[in-house]
Design a protein around this ligand. Structure first.
Ligand SMILES: [Zn+2]
Ligand SMILES: [Zn+2]
Length: 332
């Protein structure tokens, strides 16, 4: 039996900051915390940020005696990401919703949930918004959001089913066998970033654990619409000179990402994944202060770093915009 190394200080700090140095179970918030491995150390044998969660001794005990299950922990972890982002980049998020002049429009939260404990194990909890009233372009957005949730559910079913017949499932590696027993888990939570008469943007935060993997993963997707008429926002079409805008965006993102890199070898990934290609810029969310670009895990770096985010200020983009877009109203 190999000795378990300590959690590296940098990772430990991130886990604590993510939870605000309090228990990650938001109704508890006890300031006295331990760090828990969602997929147990005995199975994963590594300290990965996505697999770690801050818990107070009381909640920690409830986890270990099975009162709070792994699936719930993934959901708590997914909601922490929301909080972390809100407290840093998106301080003004709430404002845009509160400022929304007419109180007629609002939304409810819908949870699409399915769990299978038979021969192939998986669970999915997909939380998405349902706008009220269910009329006009809000009804169209509702249809799209529901379809997106159902699609995720079907993909998870298919993935779990395919794993049943995969080679890895018949491996005789003990650690792998152990990990496969966990089953797949998928937890998604949302946050409405902008809701005005002209624009709706939503950020979907996803935590998923793939059976057989050593730790869970996290990524974000952005949903952005202009309203009346409903048009899916495509960055490429926002600018007078789209080639010039691509140059500016790409140069800026590469510079920021390279500054964050610890070793220059990783810069090659960055130049590739954030290079001058609109496909590299299709995952973003528009907020009151500008555009937040999400780079998928692997897109601009090695996997260990996970998802990378670059925030681009509206002031920076403003001069490049076409005239009189709905963004002018938002960013004025
Ligand atoms: Zn623990
Ligand atoms: Zn607690």
């Amino acid at each position: 039996m190999t000795k378990r190394p300590n959690i590296p200080a940098e990772i430990k700090r991130r886990v604590l900051v993510e939870a605000g140095h309090r228990c990650a179970i938001h109704t508890c918030k006890n300031p006295n915390v331990d760090i828990h491995h969602i997929i147990p150390w005995a199975k994963c044998q590594e300290h990965n940020f996505n697999n770690l969660i801050a818990l107070c001794p009381n909640c920690h005990r409830r986890v270990h005696n099975g009162e709070i299950d792994q699936k719930s922990l993934l959901m708590y972890k997914a909601s922490l990401v929301k909080r972390e982002i809100k407290e840093t980049d998106l301080e003004n998020t709430q404002k845009s919703i509160n400022n929304f002049s007419s109180n007629i429009e609002s939304h409810q939260s819908v949870l699409l949930s399915e769990q299978n404990n038979n021969e192939y194990k998986y669970s999915i909890d997909f939380e998405y918004p349902h706008f009220i009233p269910n009329m006009g372009d809000l009804r169209q957005i509702n249809v799209l959001l529901e379809a997106q949730a159902i699609k995720a559910l079907l993909c998870e079913r298919l993935r779990a089913f395919e794993q049943l017949f995969s080679e890895t499932n018949h491996s005789d590696n003990l650690i792998l066998k152990n990990l496969l027993e966990q089953g797949n888990a998928y937890a998604s939570s949302f946050k409405i970033i902008v809701h005005t008469e002209g624009i709706i943007t939503i950020r979907q935060s996803i935590y998923y654990y793939s059976s057989g993997a050593a730790h869970p993963n996290h990524f974000t997707t952005g949903v952005n619409y202009f309203r009346n008429p409903l048009i899916s926002i495509n960055l490429e079409h926002l600018f007078t000179d789209s080639l010039k805008a691509l140059d500016v965006l790409s140069d800026y993102c590469i510079k920021i990402l390279e500054l964050e890199n610890q070793d220059s070898e990783a810069n090659e990934w960055v130049r590739d994944g954030a290079g001058r290609n609109w496909e590299n810029y299709d995952n973003f969310v528009i907020d009151e202060n500008g555009i937040i670009i999400f780079f998928h895990p692997y897109q601009v770096g090695s996997y260990a770093e996970g998802e990378r985010i670059v925030v681009i200020s509206s002031r920076f983009i403003f001069p490049l915009l076409k005239e009189n877009t709905k963004l002018h109203l938002l960013w004025n």
